[in-house]
Unconditional design. Structure first.
Length: 193
C-alpha cells in the first residue's frame, strides 16, 4: 500500500483498492504487470534530439520524414506533447524542456533543456519557427520570456500559442479543439506581449 500511495494522485484509499485488486489477480497477470514496470524503467530513454520519451535513442516524431522540420514546438513536459498530438493540428517537431522556470520550486534555466534547444537550433538551419507552447501561468510566461530573450537573435520566427487557453490553465487539461486552435492561431512572441 505504501508503494502505491507514493505515486502522484494516489491516496491511501485508492492505494488500498489497487492492492486488493492486485491480490485477486493470478500469478501470470502479476508477472506481466511487474515485468512491464521493470521494462518501463530499463526500456524507456529520452530522445537525444528533443528530450521526448522513446524506446530508441531518437523518438518516432524526430525520425519521421512526414513531420515539418522547419517547426519546433517547445513544451514543458511529455504530457504536453501527447495533448498537442491528440489535436491532430500540429505536424512539426517538439522540444521538451523538462519543466518551467520556477524560483519558488528551485528550478532555474540550468535545470531545463534550454542549452540543448539552442544547440539544436545552431545545428539545424532548416528550423524557421519556434512555437512556445507553455502553460499560461506566471512560471510559463516567465519561461516564455526567458526563451524569447535567448532566441531572439536567431534568424527565425518565435511565436506563442494563441490564448484560447485560459490564463492559469495547464495544457494537459485543455480540450483538444481549444488546444488545436491555439496552435493554429499562434502569434509572434513580441506581438503577443
Amino acid at each position: 500500500m505504501e508503494e502505491f500511495s507514493s505515486l502522484p494522485g494516489i491516496g491511501k484509499k485508492t492505494a488500498l483498492r489497487l492492492v486488493l485488486h492486485m491480490l485477486r489477480q493470478d500469478r501470470e497477470t502479476i508477472g506481466r504487470f511487474s515485468e512491464a514496470l521493470l521494462q518501463l524503467h530499463s526500456g524507456v530513454v529520452y530522445c537525444r534530439e528533443c528530450n521526448n520519451i522513446s524506446d530508441q535513442p531518437l523518438c518516432d516524431i524526430c525520425r519521421s520524414v512526414r513531420r515539418d522540420a522547419s517547426l519546433i514546438c517547445v513544451v514543458e513536459d511529455i504530457r504536453d506533447v501527447i495533448a498537442i498530438e491528440n489535436t491532430g493540428q500540429y505536424h512539426g517537431l517538439y522540444h521538451v524542456l523538462g519543466g518551467i522556470i520556477s524560483p519558488m520550486d528551485g528550478i532555474g534555466p540550468a535545470d531545463l533543456t534550454i542549452d540543448m534547444l539552442t544547440e539544436r537550433l545552431k545545428n539545424k538551419p532548416e528550423v524557421k519557427e519556434v512555437i512556445l507552447a507553455l502553460s499560461t501561468t506566471m512560471e510559463g510566461d516567465t519561461t516564455n520570456f526567458y526563451l524569447y530573450k535567448k532566441l531572439k537573435d536567431y534568424s527565425l520566427k518565435i511565436s506563442v500559442i494563441a490564448r484560447g487557453i485560459a490564463i492559469g490553465d495547464e495544457l494537459e487539461y485543455a480540450d483538444e479543439v481549444t488546444l488545436g486552435r491555439s496552435i493554429i492561431y499562434r502569434t509572434e512572441y513580441d506581438k503577443a506581449v
